[in-house]
Write a new protein. Structure first.
Length: 548
């Protein structure tokens, strides 16, 4: 019997699962209480992803004679079944058998990381490392938990230790590269990504990351080369197509760029807002005469403002147009008299023949950088609200400048696009009056405004974009970073200075001081130094020229 189990285990370890299974079953047929055969058959079923059968067999083996390996394997089954609390209890049982099981501390750390209990996870990884100081896997997992816990510098050191003890640890190199990238340490990030590829030439995420790195370094042509390398590995990589789209759009190649931009719907990290409908997507070719079409928002306020310019074009095709937008934009967008119905509520029963997301309209209308419609402006503020602000502003003499220095804090690129108000003060000149156009103002900025003699806040908590538009109309100039205010000002046709980081969003192009989307916007860009001082200096000079 022992020779049979040894033969089965050898076949099992050699990957001959079916023959090993046959021998295990033959042993159990003759001796149902054979623990070794029961346990190993359970492990084999775990490897073949027959999780329910694996759990049953491991439980049987535990009933015969429990040991730490059985509880460890049972924990592994529960992880595969996404029953993490049960897995945690199993690994705790392992520690009762062996308090020095470093692998078990690592496993518990992984479960706690999954449960977003990063502080406790970190402690368990450290316990594993204390028991086995050269435990590369635990250092790697520690790096992941530290990164999620916003201890970025410590995460970098953990990944370095993982690589020190396993120089072929490609995942550690990749994640270390991501940490360097987040700190805009592009040279070290590039080294790590290239090292990942050196260890695994098919590591597709590394090619994508190098592409994004070059895009952020304002080298989209090189970025595209790496996205193409990723696509050569996997021609269905939605992430590579999506990233390639952004670089093409940045280069003003709207024909190919907007085509690939449709891959955004496969990018789960974007959290796009889609509608629950089985209605067909209008792709620009179908006859809309007499048909009802739903145009619906998908991203932020600025995106909706930028692409609502296409609404009249859809109407001109003879369509009955229903538009779904964010509540804050309702009063602004309802001025389009060509809209048959404007809705903000969630409604899965909207009757229509076709539907299309607003940001797909550029592709449907085959927009190029030289054919952007209504770049001279397409929105108007409510005249009554304009007059109300006009009367309120009578007490402020001289030039009036609207300002927005920061966007929504949760935006993924907010750390690059927004500017601290205490720095923005460099363009607050004493001879002008400045009026805040953004609603979200933190306590620090509130104090700065309170102590300023020429920065004023006139909007209240109940204001929407219609109110902001009315205030904009009363301004002689608008100065803003890349937020929805920039799109609002451009759509109103107001003279605007737009401050951009070195690596701009695709819609502003790569180098021009003008925008193909808004004629009234003048762009002031960071240079390679990636600081705002030169931008502020340029704007101050321009303000003095503009208003003599």
């Amino acid at each position: 019997m022992n020779s049979n189990i040894e033969q089965a285990i050898k076949l099992h370890l050699d990957g001959n699962f079916e023959e090993a299974k046959r021998i295990y079953l033959d042993i159990l047929d003759k001796n149902p209480d054979n623990q070794n055969a029961t346990e190993m058959l359970g492990v084999l079923n775990l490897q073949q992803k027959n999780f329910d059968e694996a759990l049953s067999l491991i439980d049987t083996a535990i009933s015969i004679s429990p040991n730490q390996n059985l509880y460890s394997n049972k924990g592994s089954v529960y992880i595969e079944l996404n029953r993490f609390d049960m897995a945690l209890e199993c690994f705790k049982k392992v520690l009762e058998f062996d308090p020095n099981s470093y692998e078990t501390y690592n496993n518990i750390g992984n479960i706690l990381t999954h449960k977003k209990q990063y502080k406790d996870a970190i402690l368990h990884y450290i316990k594993a490392i204390n028991l086995k100081p050269d435990y590369a896997k635990a250092y790697y997992n520690l790096g992941n938990a530290l990164s999620e816990y916003s201890m970025k510098n410590e995460a970098i050191e953990a990944y370095k230790k993982a690589i020190e003890f396993d120089t072929s640890y490609k995942e550690a190199y990749f994640n270390l590269g991501n940490e360097f990238f987040a700190k805009q340490n592009f040279l070290d990030a590039l080294y790590c990504f290239n090292k990942t590829i050196e260890l695994d030439s098919n590591f597709i995420d590394a090619y994508n990351s190098i592409g994004v790195l070059y895009k952020e370094d304002c080298k989209p042509e090189i970025a595209i080369e790496y996205y193409n390398k990723a696509l050569a590995i996997d021609s269905n990589s939605y992430l590579a197509y999506w990233n390639k789209a952004l670089s093409l759009l940045l280069l003003n190649d709207y024909t190919q760029g907007f085509k690939l931009y449709e891959y955004r719907w496969q990018n789960k990290y974007l959290n796009l807002i889609n509608i629950n409908t089985n209605k067909p997507l209008w792709q620009g070719n179908e006859n809309l005469k007499g048909k009802t079409i739903l145009l619906h928002f998908e991203q932020g306020y600025g995106d909706t403002i930028q692409f609502c310019r296409y609404i009249p074009l859809v109407t001109e095709l003879g369509a009955i147009v229903i538009v779904k937008i964010q509540k804050q934009l309702y009063n602004l967008i309802k001025q389009f008299d060509c809209i048959s119905e404007l809705i903000v509520k969630d409604d899965d029963k909207i009757e229509c023949d076709y539907q299309i997301p607003l940001m797909s309209l550029a592709y449907a209308f085959k927009t190029t950088a030289s054919s952007v419609p209504f770049s001279n402006g397409y929105l108007k503020a409510n005249s009554k609200k304009v007059d109300i602000f006009k009367q309120e502003l009578l007490k402020y003499s001289g030039i009036k400048i609207g300002i927005a220095w920061s966007g929504k804090a949760g935006h993924k690129n907010d750390h690059n696009r927004s500017i601290a108000l205490d720095k923005f003060l460099q363009i607050i000149l004493p001879e002008f009056n400045y009026f805040c156009l953004q609603k979200n103002i933190n306590e620090t900025d509130e104090e700065i405004i309170k102590n300023s003699s020429n920065i004023f806040y006139l909007l209240d908590d109940f204001c929407d974009f219609n109110d902001t538009a009315a205030l904009c109309e009363n301004m002689d100039l608008i100065i803003t970073v890349d937020t929805s205010i920039a799109h609002l000002a451009g759509a109103l046709g107001k003279k605007t200075y737009l401050l951009l980081p070195y690596a701009p969003d695709w819609r502003w192009g790569l180098s021009s001081n003008k925008s193909v989307w808004y004629d009234s916007i003048t762009i002031f860009r960071q240079d390679e130094a990636r600081n705002w001082d030169a931008v502020f200096s340029h704007i101050v000079k321009q303000l003095k020229i503009e208003f003599n």
